[in-house]
Design a binder for this molecule. Sequence first.
Ligand code: BES
Ligand code: MN
Ligand code: ZN
Length: 483
Amino acid sequence: MWALPVLPGASAEDPVLLGPGADEASQALDVDLLAAAEALGATGKVGEVLLVPVSGRADLVLLVGVGEADATSLRRAGAALARATKDRDAVVTTLAALGDEDGLEAFVVGTVLGSFEFHWRSQGPKARPVGRVVLADVGGDQDDESYDAALARGLAVGRAAWRSRALATVPSNLKNPEWMAEQARQLADEAGLEVRVWDEAQLAEEGFGGILAVGAASATPPRLVRLDYAPAGATASTPTVALVGKGITFDTGGLDIKPPDSMLTMKRDMSGSAAVLATMGALAEVGCPVRVVGLLPLAENAVSGSAMRPGDVITHFGGRTSEVNNTDAEGRLVLADAMAYAVAEVDPDVLVDVATLTGAMKVALGLHTAGYFATDDALATQVERAARASGENVWRMPLAAEYQERTASKIADVDNAAGGPGAITAALFLQPFAGGKPWVHVDFASVAEAVADRHELTAGPTGFGARLLLSWLGSETPLEGVK
Ligand code: BES
Ligand code: MN
Ligand code: ZN
């Protein structure tokens, strides 16, 4: 099968234009593909896919809308192409020929993610990804090496995002803290990273009170995972980024139990740790120039006689205490331990946490944008750039000091359920655990689930975060301007 690009035309007389390869295909097939596109009512809008029946073959030519053919459009067109070619052996396409290196990378990421399938069906998957995508004409007379690198990068980022999404999609009867730790060991082995896993006894010995309290009710005990990446040629002066990902393998809410509708999707409350894990695995491939330490605090927030109770006071790693006024505000309790550990033991130049932290973020930003908080404007600029480049949208939220006093507890250092504005008070809860380090907190509860297939997302868990982090950490100067 061939897939050719269609662009919006300049006027009513020329409603569409066909991209590279169309003239050659028209000649070879002896058919006027432009006339066919017009007859089919093509508009060239991104995501439009039209099948052109030629030479008695109903499945030979696909016309794929590419809109402005910028990187975002090519990512979406790639996903549309992948969906339209499922179950096929191969497709040859000139779509990526319309873009520069960034366009090629985005197209590849879109094609990989548009192919996403996850199933546990006894009879096999509903559909299989297209077997082979052949990119024709890419790079023109440009330097081929830069296009090869962009292709490799697109594949690395696409695979990482797929991995993150797949981990989030695994059901929680299979996915518990130890299962996640095992995924981390395997990934570390594949990617050549150092890995350490704390079991519940080691967590107790070292004082990880938040992770232990949240995991106390579960039949599958909590874990903490640490992964270490160093770029080739790293020296003592190579800076370090610490990434912390919320890893609640199922969130029932605990004794403050969730209603059924809210609990239904909580197998993916470990999406933050999935994003960090997937990112760690691809750092070398995107040429990350800084050291990165990934931390995954993993626990199941369950219900049983050994569950933490409303009103309990817990002592986090390093000694700060929290009063647990809502057992469903568990994410911040595990993040606090991991952040305090990072500050004390890793001493990073920058600390970032990613978490499906608050339902309030959905109210604040809707379902297509994640919120982030930053203590450093240069770091915020980096996040914004990475969001634009990767297609994972973010919006900056305020660490509004006006609400700090709401997080006060009568008997402990901090209250875990300070009330509204919920996304902001959650961030303010976490802020002291960053120990004054330049810090970014990404709360992506708003975009952790796609309600329907849309662009490169497939209905279900999105695996959000890996693309954003890789775009940031795979840039030449991820810490530029950070104080
Ligand atoms: N995992 C949830 C947040 C969440 C909600 C993620 C919806 C994705 C979709 C988190 O642990 C939680 O339950 N947060 C509470 C906090 C509250 C009790 C202070 C919430 O947002 O309601
Ligand atoms: Mn919760
Ligand atoms: Zn949660």
